[in-house]
Design a protein around this ligand. Sequence first.
Ligand code: E4P
Length: 217
Amino acid sequence: MKFFIDTANLADIQEAQDMGVLDGVTTNPSLMAKEGITGTDNILAHYKKICDVASGHVSAEVISTDFEGMVAEGEKLAALNPQIVVKLPMIADGVKACKYFSDKGIKTNVTLVFSAGQALLAAKAGATYVSPFIGRLDDISTDGLGLIADIRLIYDNYGFETEILAASVRHVMHIIDCAKIGADVMTGPLSAIKGLLKHPLTDSGLAKFLEDYKKGN
Ligand code: E4P
């Protein structure tokens, strides 16, 4: 399972990268705004910085909602760095743009996916990644993990190569459950990734080992 970090915060990206377990980064316009990155030039420059810090794919989202605009923006984003994956919304023009980029060999991530039907369309359009938002589904009392399982089944039935990128991950159990179901990738905050480290028996066990070592030395 690949681990992506879902942030535009360079310090968090650096920390995850330094842990040695990071496979990529996802961003979105809200995450950029959260870091105070505004204006096209600043946004493009920030994507370049992210690529310098992280190894692996970096999803950069288009703002346009029409096919021509998405193509123009996506081509600009893809030209920034070979690590860039063009992130497109799950709307009709987004699917069309996905097919366009996929035919050109440019990597894509179809975002804002909330149903198996949407995931099927993204795969048929040749998406590199599909991003079902499990946390936001859980927020409205719908089974986010169930959606990951449905997409896994459908993709395996037909041998689709689109990678299931479980997005809107909020906590450790989302990661574990996605791994059990067979999501190819998860993207979440640094807190969820670091949360995997924690177990009280590890802490108490290590404290005891160090205490016993000190007794004999
Ligand atoms: C995915 O690519 C999105 O950036 C993200 O996972 C959305 O998560 P949120 O629901 O926590 O905003």
